[in-house]
Write a protein that binds this ligand. Sequence first.
Ligand code: S3P
Length: 188
Amino acid sequence: MTPPQVLSRPLFLIGFMGCGKSSVGRFVARRLDAPFVDLDARIEERAGTSIAQLFATQGEDVFRKIETQVLQEALHQPAVIATGGGIVTRESNREVLKNASQSGGAVVVYLRAQPETLASRIRRQPGVRPLIDAQSTLSHAQTIVRVRELLAERTPWYQACADVVINSDGCALDEVARAVIEALHPHS
Ligand code: S3P
């Protein structure tokens, strides 16, 4: 059991939808006795509506603008921060994450998983991810195809922003959490 430790800088969790950023983030935050921030939840608070509704009524651009704002605001918070899977699609967001990690102002951890794993998890929450299946009409196989398409574009961005890459396939939550905490103190 890892003893509680004080988090002195933001710990950003990045990765594709369904990789476990929020569940791992909550777990890690509890272990570290640190605050947990979910940027998607912040966006929903600010917009006063769900992400699915925001995409449907105002479009992805409006969503991405709010996402950039909440990322900037979280930059100096010593908290465990789960980002949305598309945060890396904006170059300015990638720069923010890279600069924060290179300057030592933050730690950025990429939670990686296979497309099949991601698709299964995404399908457990129908209607929540507008970029995958806004109408909840895709089969499992079609969902995997869509996940692969987006992953092909995004994987290099996740890798470029991350200090550490952690594989979450077939791993229990506490194993992934332990690896994330290790990333904070790699040589201890
Ligand atoms: C998105 C991921 C979602 C949410 C929005 C867009 C994306 O967050 O921000 O639906 O572009 O990958 P999660 O990764 O938490 O599902």
